[in-house]
Write a protein that binds this ligand. Structure first.
Ligand SMILES: Cc1cc2nc3c(=O)[nH]c(=O)nc-3n(C[C@H](O)[C@H](O)[C@H](O)COP(=O)(O)OP(=O)(O)OC[C@H]3O[C@@H](n4cnc5c(N)ncnc54)[C@H](O)[C@@H]3O)c2cc1C
Length: 429
């Protein structure tokens, strides 16, 4: 049997960044860590992968990077000296009844038709006035209480129902955490006179060669031979601290996993409340056309329930491409069969109806289904995640990342989490 000090499961941003931070901690002590990263897929990157085809560069879904911590961004950038990184001031809209309203909807209701505006404002004023004691029970109730029926029924309910593919009443009030653009009555009225975008990604960076450049940066300093792709973990003996793959058994001192938490529990035979873990899938179509389409826009949100997609993004407007290059995102419930060819035809017809495709010829396309994509954060999932992570940790197993932590986060959050974990392990090096 082989043995290793640190076994990492998953070579997405979380697994790879943990390996890097740990190597950095070890190097500071004049050591090299005994480390192995197992990745189920044939290539690293997880959801941060990029496909380059027919002159188009597509991610698994539009992945744009916003950093709140300058040191994290600098750490990454040092590892990618030759990448062509562009910093972009976001231009995003909501298409509502044929009009493009600035994002976020709730702060730009003055851009609506007069009747819609009055309805939204009326609902907002009385929602704000009517906030009673006690917190909201659910995400849906939080939205309704804060923003009122006008805004909720026009945008927040239909859009989020399309995205999450579930009843919003099932989600925790804080299901979107800091990613929800909160605004109160004063913010909204102020924005009518002095528009400002203070959303978490008002500016973002993006490499010309796609999101995978960030993964490449994380691969650059990985100790030689530390990564094994195409080798999934297939079972885990928590008591013996032994991991099994199709070809070997590996004894570890510490195991760090970014595999989805319920999957890890199944592999470890750990009793868990499987019903606490629910999620949506996101089907992404990347579409490349023969010529330019709309300009001056990076992505558009579509709350219209009649349309299959909830968001369409324009890669060509980020890096000044001369041919329209789109990503189209469709939310679906887990387990529902997706007919890719039929949906692609539907998407193309809907893009024409929305005047995004206007006689363009499709040159190439690609699709990928992210499963899980957005986890459904509920009080039950929060409690079960905390319990399971504590149980695993007591056995030397750390479940991290977007799906290991069963949460809503960005890659910067993944980097911060794994940096803190590597620092905790420093005494073991
Ligand atoms: C639609 C969408 C859009 C997003 N957009 C952005 C954005 O614009 N900006 C941003 O910062 N973040 C964005 N994110 C979030 C970002 O994708 C994640 O934070 C990040 O990619 C998560 O990395 P991870 O390593 O935690 O998980 P993953 O990328 O899921 O990596 C986990 C890895 O574990 C592997 N694995 C699973 N099971 C096993 C096993 N049994 N054995 C071995 N390996 C296994 C998987 O193959 C995978 O490679 C977006 C997410 C989604 C879903």
């Amino acid at each position: 049997m082989e043995s290793v000090d640190f076994l990492v499961v998953g070579a997405g941003v979380s697994g790879l960044s943990f390996a890097n931070w740990l190597a950095g901690e070890a190097a500071a002590r004049g050591r090299a860590p005994e480390l192995l990263v197992l990745e189920a897929e044939a290539e690293p990157g997880g959801y941060c992968r990029t496909v380059a085809r027919s002159g188009f560069v597509w991610d698994y879904s539009g992945h744009f990077f916003h950093f709140r911590h300058a040191d994290i961004e600098a750490w990454l950038r040092r590892r990618m000296p030759s990448a062509d990184l562009r910093t972009v001031a976001k231009r995003s809209f909501i298409r509502y009844r044929g009009r493009d309203i600035d994002f976020p909807f709730q702060k730009n209701i003055h851009q609506l038709d007069k009747e819609d505006f009055i309805d939204c404002l009326y609902g907002l004023v009385f929602a704000a006035a009517g906030q009673g004691a006690g917190g909201p029970r659910s995400f849906k109730e939080m939205l309704a209480r804060r923003l009122g029926p006008g805004i909720c029924e026009r945008f927040l309910f239909p859009y989020n129902e399309k995205l999450y593919a579930c009843d919003l009443d099932e989600l925790d009030p804080d299901a979107m955490g800091r990613f929800f653009p909160h605004a109160d009555l004063a913010d909204i009225v102020r924005n009518m006179k002095r528009p400002e975008d203070v959303s978490y990604n008002a500016t973002f960076t993006y490499p010309r060669q796609g999101a995978f450049e960030y993964v490449r940066a994380l691969l650059a300093d990985l100790p030689a031979g530390a990564l094994s792709c195409g080798e999934p973990l297939i079972s885990l003996d928590l008591a013996a601290q032994v991991a099994t793959t199709a070809s070997r058994q590996i004894r570890y001192r510490r195991l760090v996993s970014s595999a989805p938490l319920p999957r890890l529990c199944r592999l470890a035979g750990l009793v868990h409340d499987a019903g606490a873990f629910r999620w949506n899938r996101v089907l992404v179509f990347n579409l490349g056309f023969d010529r330019k389409g709309p300009s001056g826009v990076h992505w558009i949100y579509f709350p219209d329930r009649a349309l299959s997609f909830y968001r369409v993004g324009f890669y060509d407007n980020i890096h000044d491409g001369d041919r329209m290059s789109l990503y189209v995102e469709i939310g679906a419930a887990a387990g529902v069969e997706l007919d890719i060819d039929r949906l692609r035809e539907r998407v193309l017809a809907e893009l024409s109806a929305e005047r995004i495709v206007d006689g363009h010829r499709l040159i190439d396309w690609h699709s990928v289904t992210l499963d899980p994509a957005y986890v459904h954060i509920t009080s039950r999932s929060l409690a079960e995640t905390a319990r399971l992570r504590a149980t695993l940790e007591a056995a030397g197993v750390y479940s991290v990342g977007r799906y290991g932590g069963w949460t809503y986060c960005s890659i910067e959050d993944n980097l911060l989490e794994t940096r803190a974990l590597a620092a905790r392990f420093a005494p073991l090096l």
